[in-house]
Each structure stands twice: as structure tokens, then as C-alpha cells.
Design a binder for this molecule. Structure first.
Ligand code: 16G
Ligand code: MG
Length: 533
């Protein structure tokens, strides 16, 4: 029998799809091939399956399904994925039949599945297991691609090419053309300003940036570090490392003040940073990117005189300073807060003409409603607009084209940020100075069952266990500019604690106090949390 399931192994399709040690995933991959085929028949559209464990260690792997418009799998189907993954060998067929019946799937309908993989050593075998599950002749294997490239190609395929050509080359052409058009508007750019240091996390993003480089016609000059030629995937490098450790990755050599960015292992996240002349590290995370991008778009809308509703979508992890800046200083930009997880942000962003969404960790993109895209197009065809309006309208159109609207995309976000900095003639230091992050801290607490924590108000308040929120509230009151929340992780067996306050010492002390409250009230296991040194 092909791809048997080890008895008793239980896994769940969570916010990151399935993700665990690569050696436990063979049967999961096969079954996700089967499920993708069913989803394709049911939607009568192409479905994507991406084999990756993103920012996790090289030994891990994972898999995620991509729905027809390039978006995340619909929640009901996530539950089918979980059922299918956990069915013991003898129950596999009945479980499949159950899905077929519930969804009234016509098994004679043709299926089409796009499969892609990252650079992990286990990805080749595991993506073959997916293809084994995809019934014969109905799959297309793209091999090595970034996660956002696969999302993009699924969307291209299902829009009959309206979104672009469903090839990696087509992706490079569309994005680089928009980039060249945008940077044409930046006068007198020096080679210094065109230069960017990229940390590829020793992953797929590095390979794909290399492939793309020639398309950029030296308008962007990349020094690539951690390109996978020697270092280990995500090991002391990559967006997650830089964000969590608040320091540059190893393997990158840069001068003070140089503009740098890091991708994660499947290139759907990016963070920027620089180190100043006295050695202080400055991180420009998802919140800083959301601010730069939304401000840029807002200014263009004002210039062309288009009345489109633009908003920024964040999670509770967004630094309080960013929310404050957008809501109070910018005044014009409404901010929405959703639960953690790309699908929640994406969904909320769809409610606006232009929805800019970013997680603080660097995953984000911009969504344009169909109406917004049409209005921009009409404007360009309008012969009554003046030169200034025409220029702004062209900038808007190329901004739409440079963005991968299906999902957060490190390469696309990088090109957009580089273009905006160029057009505004802004240095990374000036961008950083738009607002100052409040010092913050993230900690984990081990508890016997993290599900005892239930949250509300986009995870900003705990409703259970009893007394926890009250404990957090009274602790937070003792500090200045302080905020804290706790939530069960969706990817790890821990409870996460977040705090921010006026100083790092206070953010750390508050994080310790809140961790203790979680430990005591939510069934902590092991040693009691210790204060930070
Ligand atoms: C997943 C999510 C990411 C989120 C993270 C939180 C997607 C595609 N990815 O990686 O958005 O930030 O989980 O992890 O939704 P946590 O629940 O362990 O804190
Ligand atoms: Mg990722």
C-alpha cells in the first residue's frame, strides 16, 4: 500500500496548514493530493498545494492548499483536511466518500492541481507523495517556487490569464515591468539608493530573487546573503529570526545605515532593518511597511481625487505606536484589528476599496476591490485630467500591478517598498523615523492545555480562565503606555504573551508578571516563569 498512515498519529490543519517533522508527513501529503483533487472537482477550478514549512527548521515540513483565487483554503475544507489526515488506514475510503457526498462532488468532473515545493531536502519526496494523491494527468508540478508564486499562478490560471500568465516567468515579467514603470518616477536615484541587501534565509526566496534579477535592469541592485549555497535554511537567519531576536541575521555583511531585508523560508514574509553608526539595530516590521504603503496610496488617491475607502488591517501584535500614528496622526486612515492568521486579515481587507493588511511579523499585502481597479483604469482613459493627476493615476495602476494580491509576498512587497522609497526620495532612516515603536516583549508559557484560554475582541481580551483578564488589567494599570494580551498559539503547544510599555525594562517586567498570571490561572506546567535577567 502506498503512503500508509502511522497508527494513532493525529495532526490538525491549522493556520499554517499541516506542519511537523518531515518524517511524519508522507501520508498527509498523499491525502492532501486526494483532497486537492476533490476540491478542484467541486470548485471546477485549479487548486494549489504548496509543500513548505515556511520559517520552521529545515527538518520540518508542511503542506497548505490554495483555493481558486489564490486565497487560503476555505475553513470548512480545513476541517475535511483534518478528518482525512487523521482517518486510520481502513477509514480512508469512507472518509473520502463522506466528503464527496456532503459536497455533492461530480467525480466525472475534471480536476487540475498545481503543486509547488520549497528547498527543504524532504520537499522533493513529499511533493511526489502529493502528486501520487492527485489522480493521473490532472496535476502540474511547478517544482521549486515560493509560496506566493504558487498562489499567484493558481489565481492566473483560474482567471484565464486576466491576473497574469501562470508561469514563474510571467510573474517576473509582470512585477518587474511595474517596478521599472514606478521607479521611472524617481529622479536622480544614485547607485547607493538602488542598492539593497537581501537575506534569503538560505531558502527558495534566494533562488527566485536570483532568477528575477535580470528582469530588473539594474534599477534594483541586490547583494544577496544566505543564498543557500552553504548555510542551513532559516538557521540564525530569515525574517522570523530577525523579528524575534531583534538583531541582524548571521552571514550578512553590511555597513552602518545600509538598507537590508530578510525573507522567511518560503518567501511570504519580509522585514527591513539597518544598524546605525553607534551599533543600534532598527527593525522595520509589518507595521512600518503598512504605514509606508498606506500613506503612499492615500496621497495618490488625494492627488487623483478618487474617493475610495482605504483602511489598514492589523492584529493585536501591531505596535501601539503604529496604530496611534495611523488613527490619530494620519486621521484619515481607519484601522481594523483581526485575529492572528492571514485569512482573518485578508477577509477584513476585502471589505474596503483598498485594504492594506500586515501582520507585525512581516506577512502582508494590499487588496484592491474590482471597483477600485476599474476607477483607476477609467481615470487613465479620461482625457480631462491634468498631468499631475495622470502621473498619480499611472503610479496607482503600477502599484496595483506590482502587488501580489493573493497573499503576502516577500518579493512583491520588497519591490513595492523599494519603489515607494525611491519615488518619495526617502531613506530607510527617514522611513523608520515616521513613528517610534513602543518597547515590547513576547514570551511563551507552557500550560497543560492551551485551549483553556478563550479570547474575544480580536484576541485582545481573555474570557477564560476566570480571573485571568482581571489579573492582566490590574497589572497593566501599574505601567505607563502599557498594553498586554495573551492567546493560545495556533502553531505551537504554548500560550503566547505580548506586552508593550514605555521602556524595555517595563515591557519585560510586565511580560513576566502576565506570564506568572497565565501560569497560575491557566494550568502552567514545569518551572514557574522567571523574571528576565
Ligand atoms: C501562521 C500564520 C501567521 C501567524 C502565525 C501565528 C498564516 C498563513 N500563517 O504562521 O499568519 O502569524 O501562524 O502563529 O496564516 P501562532 O499562532 O503560533 O502565534
Ligand atoms: Mg512563510
Amino acid at each position: 500500500l502506498l503512503h500508509p498512515k502511522p497508527e494513532g498519529l493525529v495532526l490538525q490543519y491549522g493556520t499554517a496548514g499541516f506542519r511537523t517533522k518531515a518524517k511524519h508527513l508522507d501520508h498527509i501529503m498523499f491525502r492532501m493530493g486526494l483532497l486537492a483533487t476533490l476540491r478542484s472537482k467541486q470548485t471546477k477550478a485549479t487548486i494549489g498545494v504548496m509543500v513548505t514549512a515556511s520559517h520552521n527548521p529545515e527538518e520540518d515540513n508542511g503542506v497548505k492548499l490554495i483555493d481558486p483565487m489564490g486565497e487560503m483554503l476555505k475553513p470548512l475544507w480545513e476541517s475535511y483536511a483534518t478528518q482525512l489526515a487523521n482517518a486510520e488506514q481502513g477509514d480512508l475510503l469512507p472518509t473520502l466518500k463522506d466528503v464527496i457526498n456532503k459536497e455533492a462532488i461530480d467525480m466525472n468532473q475534471e480536476a487540475n492541481v498545481f503543486v509547488g515545493k520549497d528547498t527543504r531536502s524532504s520537499s522533493a519526496i513529499l511533493s511526489q507523495a502529493v502528486l501520487d494523491g492527485v489522480s493521473a494527468l490532472s496535476g502540474h508540478n511547478y517544482g521549486l517556487v515560493t509560496t506566493p508564486q504558487l498562489h499567484y499562478m493558481v489565481c492566473c490560471q483560474n482567471t484565464q490569464g486576466k491576473y497574469g500568465e501562470a508561469t514563474v516567468e510571467g510573474y517576473y515579467r509582470k512585477l518587474s515591468k511595474a517596478f521599472i514603470q514606478l521607479t521611472k518616477n524617481a529622479s536622480n536615484r544614485t547607485d547607493d539608493q538602488k542598492h539593497l541587501c537581501v537575506d534569503g534565509a538560505n531558502g527558495i526566496g534566494a533562488l527566485k530573487v536570483r532568477e528575477m534579477e535580470s528582469h530588473l535592469q539594474r534599477e534594483l541592485q541586490i547583494s544577496l546573503f544566505n543564498d543557500g549555497s552553504k548555510g542551513k535554511l532559516n538557521h540564525q537567519c530569515g525574517a522570523d529570526f530577525v523579528k524575534v531576536q531583534q538583531k541582524p541575521p548571521t552571514g550578512i555583511k553590511v555597513s552602518p545605515g545600509e538598507r537590508c531585508c530578510s525573507f522567511d523560508g518560503d518567501a511570504d514574509r519580509i522585514v527591513y532593518y539597518f544598524t546605525d553608526s553607534d551599533g543600534t539595530f532598527h527593525l522595520l516590521d509589518g507595521d512600518k511597511m503598512a504605514t509606508l504603503i498606506s500613506t503612499f496610496l492615500k496621497e495618490l488617491l488625494t492627488q487623483v481625487g478618487l474617493d475610495l475607502k482605504i483602511a489598514v488591517v492589523q492584529t493585536a501584535y501591531a505596535n501601539g505606536s503604529s496604530t496611534h500614528y495611523l488613527e490619530d496622526t494620519m486621521k484619515v486612515l481607519p484601522v481594523r484589528c483581526t485575529k492572528t492568521g492571514v485569512k482573518h486579515l485578508h477577509h477584513a481587507a476585502q471589505e474596503f476599496d483598498i485594504g492594506v493588511y500586515f501582520e507585525a511579523n512581516g506577512h502582508g499585502t494590499v487588496l484592491f476591490s474590482q471597483a477600485a481597479e476599474e476607477k483607476i483604469q477609467q481615470l487613465l482613459e479620461d482625457s480631462n485630467i491634468n498631468d499631475k493627476q495622470k502621473r498619480a493615476a499611472l503610479l496607482l495602476q503600477n502599484t496595483v500591478n506590482i502587488i501580489n494580491q493573493t497573499v503576502g509576498d516577500a518579493i512583491s512587497d520588497m519591490l513595492l517598498i523599494e519603489a515607494i522609497l525611491a519615488i518619495k526620495g526617502m531613506t530607510v532612516q527617514q522611513w523608520d523615523a515616521i513613528y517610534r515603536d513602543l518597547p515590547n516583549r513576547q514570551l511563551k508559557v507552557k500550560v497543560s492545555d492551551r485551549r483553556v484560554i478563550d479570547t474575544t475582541d480580536a484576541e485582545r481580551r481573555a474570557v477564560s480562565p476566570a480571573g485571568l483578564q482581571e489579573a492582566i488589567d490590574s497589572t497593566v494599570k501599574k505601567y505607563t503606555q502599557a498594553r498586554s494580551f495573551v492567546r493560545p498559539s495556533g502553531t505551537e503547544d504554548v500560550v503566547r504573551v505580548y506586552t508593550e510599555a514605555d521602556t524595555q525594562e517595563n515591557a519585560d517586567a510586565l511580560a513576566h508578571e502576565v506570564s506568572l498570571a497565565v501560569f497560575k490561572l491557566a494550568g502552567g506546567v514545569g518551572d514557574e516563569p522567571k523574571p528576565m535577567k
